[in-house]
Design a binder for this molecule. Structure first.
Ligand code: 8OZ
Length: 358
């Protein structure tokens, strides 16, 4: 029988009972100071454990990695203990869950950083747009360009956070190298104007991602490590002069690791999406491919049947439908998502979306 969304899958050493992945979704419902996941967060993830795999919301790997309000972290013992409760609840329901490792780079604000520090970036280029701070929306600032000598510290933060994720019991980790955050800022030449070994050529711009991937793989194992890219997305004021060639190169370079999967955002949020051939990108990757961006059931099944994708990540549909797998299986109607409750707040729009009646 042909493969579809309901066929089991294996991503590296992670076994999935179906091919519907819950995409990483920032929800801003962790406590302000500790970043420790709470009962409410445990309930939210547990409700969605029928997904073949859950990818957690993007999670800062250090105090300097934060760029939004009310984010959980993955660098203190208390955060590990909080996440362990999430992981245990998902596992008890028979689900699988990986943690998304995040450093925002310039998409931050001093008010969100230790001692009002300047955000760090490949180059001192202020992104257009505004940060979500505890004081409301505030213009981004000009970030500080990282010294070459500071890069090992950044890589070390990924190592530490990966150890924390494994201590919490996660089935693996995903490196967030998409959507205009630190690693993506190094990849694309709109944000990377460096003249050291981390700027210029494709190889140099991809160097930080490769160093981070090597470090994460050394801790978690390649068979438990995924990477996320968004080659066509202008979100967070991103651009590149030659995206297809750049991301073909990045994808080829990632082949050396034998990763569990490559996760690709096949479109753009905000701004003008660039022309990009994702089928071509997919041909450059030797491992499992996770597609994301506005897929529904029919398009997901078609992408799997054609061999374009191995698994499909669904975002908004999983916000509003904790039992999305069952709904797709039975062609049941979907709950509508309420965008007013996507970020921040309480259980409303988070854990109160109804399940199908038994
Ligand atoms: C929307 C709002 C806040 C964060 C991403 C982590 O784009 C995000 C994000 C998206 O990857």
């Amino acid at each position: 029988m042909a493969l579809d969304l309901f066929s089991p899958a294996k991503l590296g050493s992670i076994t999935l009972k179906n091919r519907m992945v819950m995409a990483p979704l920032t929800r801003s419902r962790a406590p302000k100071d500790s970043g420790v996941p709470q009962d409410l967060n445990v309930t939210y993830y547990k409700q969605r454990a029928t997904a073949g795999l859950i990818i957690t919301e993007a999670t800062p790997i250090s105090a300097m990695a934060h760029g939004y309000i009310l984010l959980p972290g993955i660098y203190t013992d208390a955060q590990v203990a909080g996440w362990k409760r999430v992981v245990d609840a998902v596992h008890a329901e028979g689900g699988k869950i990986v943690l998304q490792l995040w450093h925002v780079g310039r998409i931050a604000h001093p008010s969100l950083l230790p001692n009002g520090a300047l955000p760090v970036a490949p180059s001192a280029i202020k992104p257009a747009g505004q940060a979500f701070t505890y004081q409301g929306l505030v213009d981004f600032v000009e970030p500080r360009a990282l010294e070459s000598s500071e890069i090992p510290e950044i890589v070390q933060e990924y190592t530490h956070a990966t150890k924390c994720a494994l201590a919490a019991g996660f089935d693996g980790v995903e490196i967030h190298s998409a959507n205009g955050y630190l690693l993506d800022q190094f990849l694309r030449d709109g944000s990377n104007k460096r003249d050291d070994q981390y700027g210029g050529s494709f190889e140099n711009r991809a160097r930080l991602l490769m160093e981070v991937t090597k470090a994460v793989v050394a801790v978690a194992g390649a068979d438990k490590t995924g990477v996320r890219l968004s080659p066509a997305s202008p979100f967070n004021d991103m651009s590149d002069s030659n995206p297809q060639a750049l991301f073909n190169f990045v994808t080829e370079s990632l082949n050396q690791f034998n990763l569990a999967y490559l996760h690709v955002v096949e479109g753009g949020m905000g701004g003008d999406e660039v022309v990009f051939d994702f089928a071509e990108l997919r041909k450059h990757f030797k491992g499992s491919y996770m597609a994301n961006f506005g897929y529904d059931k029919a398009r997901g099944n078609a992408a799997i049947a054609s061999g374009h994708a191995d698994v499909i990540a669904y975002g908004v549909p999983f916000i509003a439908n904790p039992d999305l797998v069952q709904r797709y299986r039975t062609d049941a109607p979907l709950n509508e998502a309420d965008s007013n409750t996507f970020y921040g707040g309480d259980e409303k729009g988070y854990t109160d979306y109804p399940f199908l009646k038994a």
